[in-house]
Design a protein around this ligand. Structure first.
Ligand code: SF4
Ligand code: SF4
Ligand code: SF4
Ligand code: FES
Length: 358
């Protein structure tokens, strides 16, 4: 068990394990510290300084997201000095943030950056360029799924961390130096030559929508309802919010579940909902007509009777080992348990496996 250290946060004394960051310790004292660039377990570059707090005896503010506590530390998260500092940090960040003047007003105030700006009391970009159009850069928009708008990138590098450390795809990087420093996203004409898997983890991590999935253009954040679910595709069981608009699922976003920690692979992100309303979705069993070779609709009773009769016939004629069972990885644990039971007890064979071992 790790040693505990005693600290005070805004005058409240708390004990936390040695090595805890100030950010993680704050809730123990019911203190709230805003963050922007921080992504738990992925990005602690501390590049934005939004989480700045004051520590007694130190002249400079420290960043709560990557500073570990130490015995006797007295931390101030909400004095006027701290609040003033955060407002100035936000004003400097907004100097580089130039949303499209034509954007749908319904999208204003909806991304994390704009919500944090409001939270810390900043409603105007005091240091913004007088003529943003003079420096406006083109969209990187050739990728069919993803788009990058450098004009609203605040260089927090959450996307880079999500791609490299979360998805382990190592596609995103940075390019240029100084004021021209930018995210290098392979979403331009060369997108197909990159090894980007279109998993969308970068877009999911972006606090401004600079990297975004194109399908988000078809709805506004206020126009959808979120329904918590589990990805139907494999045994990892990633947690998902399905976004529902007018009774149809229009998008899926990662939830911070125990097995996925806020990430999804391309299947969960982009292939876990369209089929629900697909015109060619199978909605009843089909049995092949041996005379015509065509599949024809059948009832569940007809289909199950046929399968049972055929498998029984094979077992009785050739023995149970003539049968092998292979369970779909989308099945639940309970279904897979019953499946192996049926294979062993009813068919009399140990030939059973599953593709849930990914
Ligand atoms: S979509 Fe996935 S693989 Fe491609 S850049 Fe984004 S995080 Fe990396
Ligand atoms: S694209 Fe988004 S996540 Fe990446 S650095 Fe820019 S603002 Fe941050
Ligand atoms: S298919 Fe991908 S998103 Fe879905 S549960 Fe498996 S790993 Fe997670
Ligand atoms: S959130 Fe801590 S420095 Fe950005």
């Amino acid at each position: 068990m790790s040693n505990l250290v005693k600290i005070t946060i805004d005058g409240t004394e708390v004990e936390v394990p040695e090595g805890t960051t100030i950010l993680d310790a704050a809730p123990k004292a019911r203190a709230f510290i805003p963050t922007l660039c921080f992504l738990k377990g992925l990005n602690n570059l501390a590049s934005c300084r939004m989480c700045s707090v004051a520590v007694e005896g130190q002249s400079q503010m420290v960043t709560a997201c990557n500073t570990p506590v130490r015995e006797g530390m007295a931390i101030d998260t909400k004095s006027d000095r701290v609040k003033r500092h955060r407002r100035q940090v936000m004003e400097l960040i907004l100097a580089d943030y130039q949303p499209d003047p034509q954007r749908d007003p319904a999208r204003a105030g909806q991304n994390q950056l704009e919500r944090v700006a409001k939270m810390v009391g900043v409603d105007t970009a005091r240091f913004a360029a007088p003529d943003p159009n003079a420096t406006r850069m083109p969209l990187v928009d050739d990728n069919p799924f993803l788009s990058f708008d450098p004009n609203i990138c605040i260089r927090c590098q959450r996307c880079v961390a999500a791609c490299n450390e979360g998805a382990h795809n190592h596609i995103l990087g940075t390019e240029h130096r100084g004021a021209r420093w930018s995210i290098k996203a392979p979403f331009g004409p060369d997108w197909n030559a990159s090894t980007c898997e279109s998993c969308g983890c970068c877009a999911g991590a972006c606090p401004t929508g600079a990297i975004t999935e194109k399908r988000t253009r078809h709805y506004t954040p206020q126009g959808v309802k979120r329904v918590r679910s589990t990805c139907p595709h494999c045994a990892v069981g990633c947690q998902i919010n399905f976004l529902v608009k007018d009774g149809a699922v229009v998008d899926a976003e990662a939830v911070n579940g125990p097995s996925n920690k806020g990430l999804l692979c391309v299947k969960g992100r982009s292939a876990s909902f369209d089929f629900a309303t697909a015109d060619d979705r199978l909605t009843s069993p089909l049995i092949k007509n041996r005379a015509t070779g065509k599949f024809e609709k059948a009832t569940w009773d007809e289909a199950l009777d046929l399968v049972a009769a055929r498998l029984t016939h094979i077992r009785d004629t050739h023995g149970g080992d003539a049968i092998a069972s292979f369970a779909c990885s989308r099945s639940t644990n309970e279904d897979v348990y019953l499946f192996q039971k049926m294979t062993r007890v009813a068919f009399g064979t140990n030939n059973v496996d599953s593709c849930a071992r990914v």
